[in-house]
Write a protein that binds this ligand. Structure first.
Ligand code: SF4
Length: 312
Protein backbone atom coordinates (compact mmCIF):
# COMPACT_ATOMS: atom_id res chain seq x y z
CA UNK A 1 0.00 0.00 0.00
CA UNK A 2 1.25 3.51 -0.70
CA UNK A 3 1.28 4.50 2.94
CA UNK A 4 2.08 8.11 2.09
CA UNK A 5 -1.29 8.43 0.32
CA UNK A 6 -3.24 7.64 3.50
CA UNK A 7 -2.44 9.12 6.89
CA UNK A 8 -2.91 6.11 9.16
CA UNK A 9 -3.22 6.18 12.93
CA UNK A 10 -0.05 4.07 13.09
CA UNK A 11 1.76 7.00 11.48
CA UNK A 12 0.14 9.35 14.00
CA UNK A 13 1.38 7.10 16.84
CA UNK A 14 4.91 7.05 15.40
CA UNK A 15 4.88 10.84 15.24
CA UNK A 16 3.65 11.12 18.84
CA UNK A 17 5.63 8.32 20.47
CA UNK A 18 8.51 7.66 18.06
CA UNK A 19 7.51 4.00 17.79
CA UNK A 20 4.57 1.74 17.12
CA UNK A 21 1.91 1.68 19.85
CA UNK A 22 -0.62 -1.07 20.46
CA UNK A 23 -4.12 -0.74 21.83
CA UNK A 24 -5.22 -2.81 24.80
CA UNK A 25 -8.99 -3.03 25.16
CA UNK A 26 -10.23 -2.32 28.66
CA UNK A 27 -13.56 -1.63 30.29
CA UNK A 28 -14.59 1.09 32.73
CA UNK A 29 -17.58 -1.14 33.61
CA UNK A 30 -20.16 1.38 32.47
CA UNK A 31 -23.52 0.69 30.86
CA UNK A 32 -25.09 2.80 28.10
CA UNK A 33 -28.03 5.23 28.34
CA UNK A 34 -29.33 3.66 25.15
CA UNK A 35 -29.59 0.34 26.93
CA UNK A 36 -30.45 1.07 30.56
CA UNK A 37 -33.76 2.76 29.74
CA UNK A 38 -32.57 6.36 30.11
CA UNK A 39 -32.75 6.98 26.35
CA UNK A 40 -33.78 3.55 25.19
CA UNK A 41 -33.65 -0.12 26.13
CA UNK A 42 -32.71 -1.97 22.97
CA UNK A 43 -29.54 -0.09 22.05
CA UNK A 44 -28.51 0.86 18.54
CA UNK A 45 -29.80 -1.58 15.91
CA UNK A 46 -26.32 -2.95 15.08
CA UNK A 47 -24.99 -3.18 18.67
CA UNK A 48 -24.74 -6.40 20.64
CA UNK A 49 -23.87 -4.55 23.85
CA UNK A 50 -21.52 -7.40 24.74
CA UNK A 51 -18.18 -5.59 24.85
CA UNK A 52 -16.60 -8.76 23.53
CA UNK A 53 -13.19 -7.22 22.81
CA UNK A 54 -12.48 -5.80 26.24
CA UNK A 55 -10.16 -7.44 28.72
CA UNK A 56 -12.33 -8.13 31.72
CA UNK A 57 -10.33 -10.35 34.08
CA UNK A 58 -8.06 -8.84 36.74
CA UNK A 59 -7.21 -5.28 37.67
CA UNK A 60 -6.53 -2.64 35.02
CA UNK A 61 -2.77 -3.00 35.66
CA UNK A 62 -2.92 -6.79 35.37
CA UNK A 63 -4.84 -6.52 32.10
CA UNK A 64 -2.32 -4.02 30.73
CA UNK A 65 0.61 -6.24 31.68
CA UNK A 66 -1.01 -9.35 30.22
CA UNK A 67 -1.64 -7.46 26.96
CA UNK A 68 1.99 -6.27 26.87
CA UNK A 69 3.24 -9.86 27.14
CA UNK A 70 0.84 -10.98 24.41
CA UNK A 71 1.98 -8.21 22.07
CA UNK A 72 5.63 -8.94 22.82
CA UNK A 73 5.19 -12.64 22.07
CA UNK A 74 4.04 -11.70 18.56
CA UNK A 75 7.07 -9.50 17.85
CA UNK A 76 9.98 -10.90 15.77
CA UNK A 77 12.25 -13.13 17.91
CA UNK A 78 15.01 -10.52 18.15
CA UNK A 79 12.62 -7.97 19.68
CA UNK A 80 11.22 -10.08 22.51
CA UNK A 81 13.72 -9.24 25.27
CA UNK A 82 12.46 -8.02 28.63
CA UNK A 83 13.73 -4.53 27.92
CA UNK A 84 11.50 -4.30 24.87
CA UNK A 85 8.00 -4.18 26.28
CA UNK A 86 5.64 -2.43 23.85
CA UNK A 87 4.05 0.99 24.28
CA UNK A 88 0.33 0.62 24.86
CA UNK A 89 -2.74 2.78 24.40
CA UNK A 90 -5.25 2.02 27.17
CA UNK A 91 -8.46 1.72 25.14
CA UNK A 92 -11.73 1.82 27.07
CA UNK A 93 -13.78 0.29 24.32
CA UNK A 94 -17.11 -1.24 25.24
CA UNK A 95 -20.35 0.57 26.10
CA UNK A 96 -20.25 4.24 27.17
CA UNK A 97 -17.09 4.72 29.21
CA UNK A 98 -17.97 8.16 30.60
CA UNK A 99 -21.44 7.10 31.75
CA UNK A 100 -20.62 7.01 35.47
CA UNK A 101 -19.78 9.51 38.21
CA UNK A 102 -16.39 11.12 37.61
CA UNK A 103 -15.08 9.84 40.97
CA UNK A 104 -15.61 6.20 39.90
CA UNK A 105 -14.06 6.80 36.49
CA UNK A 106 -11.07 8.59 38.00
CA UNK A 107 -10.00 5.47 39.90
CA UNK A 108 -9.98 3.39 36.72
CA UNK A 109 -8.51 6.03 34.41
CA UNK A 110 -5.80 7.00 36.94
CA UNK A 111 -4.61 3.42 37.12
CA UNK A 112 -4.47 3.16 33.33
CA UNK A 113 -2.83 6.47 32.47
CA UNK A 114 -0.15 6.24 35.17
CA UNK A 115 0.93 2.72 34.18
CA UNK A 116 4.51 2.90 32.86
CA UNK A 117 3.67 0.78 29.78
CA UNK A 118 0.83 3.12 28.82
CA UNK A 119 1.76 5.97 26.49
CA UNK A 120 -1.79 7.27 25.88
CA UNK A 121 -5.44 6.62 26.57
CA UNK A 122 -8.49 6.31 24.35
CA UNK A 123 -12.02 6.46 25.76
CA UNK A 124 -15.04 5.32 23.75
CA UNK A 125 -18.27 7.09 24.61
CA UNK A 126 -21.31 9.00 23.36
CA UNK A 127 -21.14 12.77 22.74
CA UNK A 128 -24.16 13.30 25.03
CA UNK A 129 -22.30 11.71 27.96
CA UNK A 130 -19.51 14.25 28.39
CA UNK A 131 -20.34 16.51 31.36
CA UNK A 132 -17.92 19.31 32.22
CA UNK A 133 -16.30 17.55 35.21
CA UNK A 134 -15.41 14.51 33.11
CA UNK A 135 -14.06 16.61 30.25
CA UNK A 136 -11.94 18.56 32.78
CA UNK A 137 -10.63 15.29 34.20
CA UNK A 138 -9.71 13.95 30.73
CA UNK A 139 -8.11 17.29 29.95
CA UNK A 140 -5.84 16.91 32.99
CA UNK A 141 -4.74 13.50 31.71
CA UNK A 142 -4.14 14.95 28.25
CA UNK A 143 -1.56 17.33 29.74
CA UNK A 144 0.51 14.27 30.72
CA UNK A 145 -0.12 11.78 27.88
CA UNK A 146 -2.19 12.00 24.67
CA UNK A 147 -5.88 11.26 25.23
CA UNK A 148 -8.44 10.45 22.55
CA UNK A 149 -12.20 10.36 23.03
CA UNK A 150 -13.89 8.06 20.52
CA UNK A 151 -17.37 9.11 19.45
CA UNK A 152 -19.71 6.71 17.66
CA UNK A 153 -21.32 9.18 15.27
CA UNK A 154 -21.78 6.48 12.57
CA UNK A 155 -23.54 8.96 10.26
CA UNK A 156 -24.13 12.72 10.10
CA UNK A 157 -27.60 12.08 8.68
CA UNK A 158 -30.12 12.50 11.51
CA UNK A 159 -32.88 10.58 9.72
CA UNK A 160 -30.63 7.53 9.29
CA UNK A 161 -29.38 7.96 12.88
CA UNK A 162 -32.98 7.91 14.17
CA UNK A 163 -33.69 4.77 12.17
CA UNK A 164 -31.03 2.81 14.08
CA UNK A 165 -31.82 4.51 17.39
CA UNK A 166 -28.69 6.60 18.05
CA UNK A 167 -30.59 8.93 20.36
CA UNK A 168 -28.96 12.30 19.70
CA UNK A 169 -28.74 14.73 16.76
CA UNK A 170 -25.46 15.24 14.93
CA UNK A 171 -25.23 18.79 16.32
CA UNK A 172 -24.55 17.22 19.75
CA UNK A 173 -21.56 15.42 18.26
CA UNK A 174 -20.28 18.69 16.72
CA UNK A 175 -20.56 20.54 20.05
CA UNK A 176 -18.88 17.71 21.98
CA UNK A 177 -16.03 17.44 19.48
CA UNK A 178 -15.36 21.17 19.71
CA UNK A 179 -15.45 21.08 23.52
CA UNK A 180 -13.04 18.16 23.67
CA UNK A 181 -10.56 19.68 21.24
CA UNK A 182 -10.74 23.01 23.09
CA UNK A 183 -9.63 21.03 26.16
CA UNK A 184 -6.63 19.47 24.40
CA UNK A 185 -8.33 16.10 23.93
CA UNK A 186 -8.10 14.39 20.56
CA UNK A 187 -11.30 13.18 18.91
CA UNK A 188 -11.75 9.90 17.05
CA UNK A 189 -14.99 9.52 15.11
CA UNK A 190 -16.54 6.21 14.11
CA UNK A 191 -18.46 6.05 10.83
CA UNK A 192 -20.35 3.04 9.49
CA UNK A 193 -20.42 2.36 5.76
CA UNK A 194 -23.57 0.51 4.72
CA UNK A 195 -26.27 1.63 7.15
CA UNK A 196 -29.68 0.61 5.78
CA UNK A 197 -31.26 3.36 3.71
CA UNK A 198 -28.09 5.46 3.46
CA UNK A 199 -26.94 6.33 -0.04
CA UNK A 200 -23.25 6.58 -0.98
CA UNK A 201 -23.64 10.37 -1.34
CA UNK A 202 -25.02 10.56 2.22
CA UNK A 203 -22.01 8.56 3.45
CA UNK A 204 -19.64 11.02 1.73
CA UNK A 205 -21.63 13.86 3.34
CA UNK A 206 -20.81 12.35 6.76
CA UNK A 207 -17.10 12.41 5.89
CA UNK A 208 -17.32 16.05 4.82
CA UNK A 209 -19.23 16.80 8.05
CA UNK A 210 -16.46 15.42 10.31
CA UNK A 211 -13.66 17.21 8.41
CA UNK A 212 -12.42 19.93 10.76
CA UNK A 213 -14.11 18.34 13.80
CA UNK A 214 -12.07 15.20 14.42
CA UNK A 215 -8.44 14.05 14.61
CA UNK A 216 -9.02 10.45 13.53
CA UNK A 217 -11.74 8.52 11.71
CA UNK A 218 -12.48 4.84 12.02
CA UNK A 219 -14.44 3.42 9.09
CA UNK A 220 -16.47 0.32 9.79
CA UNK A 221 -18.43 -1.77 7.36
CA UNK A 222 -21.91 -2.55 8.63
CA UNK A 223 -21.81 -5.89 10.41
CA UNK A 224 -24.93 -7.89 11.07
CA UNK A 225 -24.32 -9.51 14.44
CA UNK A 226 -26.34 -12.13 16.26
CA UNK A 227 -28.78 -10.79 18.84
CA UNK A 228 -29.22 -7.34 17.27
CA UNK A 229 -32.28 -5.67 15.74
CA UNK A 230 -30.50 -5.64 12.39
CA UNK A 231 -30.05 -9.42 12.67
CA UNK A 232 -33.83 -9.81 12.83
CA UNK A 233 -34.34 -7.47 9.86
CA UNK A 234 -31.58 -9.19 7.88
CA UNK A 235 -33.19 -12.58 8.62
CA UNK A 236 -36.46 -11.30 7.16
CA UNK A 237 -34.69 -10.04 4.05
CA UNK A 238 -35.44 -6.40 4.89
CA UNK A 239 -31.84 -5.18 4.83
CA UNK A 240 -28.63 -6.23 3.07
CA UNK A 241 -24.89 -5.69 3.38
CA UNK A 242 -22.35 -4.54 0.83
CA UNK A 243 -20.21 -6.89 -1.22
CA UNK A 244 -16.44 -6.46 -0.86
CA UNK A 245 -16.11 -4.54 -4.20
CA UNK A 246 -19.00 -2.23 -3.24
CA UNK A 247 -17.50 -1.56 0.18
CA UNK A 248 -14.10 -0.78 -1.27
CA UNK A 249 -15.52 1.53 -3.91
CA UNK A 250 -17.33 3.59 -1.26
CA UNK A 251 -14.43 3.49 1.23
CA UNK A 252 -12.09 4.74 -1.47
CA UNK A 253 -14.35 7.70 -2.15
CA UNK A 254 -14.67 8.41 1.60
CA UNK A 255 -10.90 8.61 1.94
CA UNK A 256 -10.65 10.91 -1.06
CA UNK A 257 -13.07 13.23 0.78
CA UNK A 258 -11.27 12.98 4.14
CA UNK A 259 -8.98 15.84 5.20
CA UNK A 260 -5.40 14.53 4.88
CA UNK A 261 -4.60 15.85 8.38
CA UNK A 262 -7.09 13.39 9.92
CA UNK A 263 -5.63 9.98 10.64
CA UNK A 264 -7.44 6.82 9.53
CA UNK A 265 -7.68 4.46 12.48
CA UNK A 266 -9.57 1.67 10.80
CA UNK A 267 -10.68 0.71 7.33
CA UNK A 268 -12.41 -2.58 8.03
CA UNK A 269 -14.53 -3.96 10.82
CA UNK A 270 -13.16 -6.08 13.60
CA UNK A 271 -13.23 -9.87 13.53
CA UNK A 272 -16.57 -10.48 15.20
CA UNK A 273 -16.21 -14.17 14.33
CA UNK A 274 -18.43 -15.60 17.08
CA UNK A 275 -21.43 -13.39 16.36
CA UNK A 276 -20.99 -12.43 12.70
CA UNK A 277 -23.94 -13.17 10.40
CA UNK A 278 -22.96 -10.95 7.46
CA UNK A 279 -21.02 -9.99 5.47
CA UNK A 280 -19.11 -13.26 5.67
CA UNK A 281 -16.23 -11.81 3.63
CA UNK A 282 -15.39 -9.48 6.53
CA UNK A 283 -14.45 -12.45 8.74
CA UNK A 284 -11.18 -12.82 6.80
CA UNK A 285 -9.52 -9.58 7.77
CA UNK A 286 -6.25 -10.42 5.97
CA UNK A 287 -8.07 -10.95 2.69
CA UNK A 288 -9.99 -7.69 3.15
CA UNK A 289 -6.85 -5.70 3.88
CA UNK A 290 -5.00 -7.26 0.92
CA UNK A 291 -7.93 -6.46 -1.35
CA UNK A 292 -7.91 -2.90 -0.05
CA UNK A 293 -4.16 -2.62 -0.72
CA UNK A 294 -4.59 -3.85 -4.29
CA UNK A 295 -7.54 -1.57 -4.84
CA UNK A 296 -5.75 1.50 -3.47
CA UNK A 297 -2.65 0.78 -5.53
CA UNK A 298 -4.73 0.29 -8.66
CA UNK A 299 -6.69 3.52 -8.27
CA UNK A 300 -3.76 5.59 -7.05
CA UNK A 301 -5.84 6.85 -4.14
CA UNK A 302 -4.83 9.98 -2.23
CA UNK A 303 -6.53 10.95 0.98
CA UNK A 304 -8.34 14.30 0.68
CA UNK A 305 -7.69 14.72 -3.03
CA UNK A 306 -11.26 15.93 -3.67
CA UNK A 307 -10.84 18.77 -1.17
CA UNK A 308 -8.06 20.21 -3.26
CA UNK A 309 -10.52 20.84 -6.05
CA UNK A 310 -13.78 21.43 -4.18
CA UNK A 311 -13.16 22.97 -0.77
CA UNK A 312 -9.67 24.33 -0.28
S1 SF4 B 1 -23.55 1.42 19.89
FE1 SF4 B 1 -22.85 2.54 21.70
S2 SF4 B 1 -24.49 4.03 22.07
FE2 SF4 B 1 -25.36 2.45 20.75
S3 SF4 B 1 -26.29 0.96 22.17
FE3 SF4 B 1 -24.20 0.23 21.71
S4 SF4 B 1 -22.94 1.04 23.38
FE4 SF4 B 1 -24.88 2.22 23.37
Amino acid sequence: MKTSSIYTQNEEYRKLFGRKAYKVSLSANCTCPNRDGTLGAGGCAFCTGSGEFSESVGSVSQRIEAAALRVRSKLPAGQQGNGNLPSLIAYFQDHTNTYAPSGCLKTVFDEAITHPLVCGMSVGTRPDCLPDDIVEMLSEYARVKPVWVELGLQTANDVIASSFGRGYPSSVYAEAAEKLRDHGIRVTTHLIIGLPGETPEQIFESVRFVNGKTDCVKFHMLHILKGTRYAEEYGKGLIATFSLPEYMRILTECIRWLDPGISVGRMTGDGYKRTLIAPKWSGDKKHVLNSLRNHFDKVGLRQGEYLTFHQR
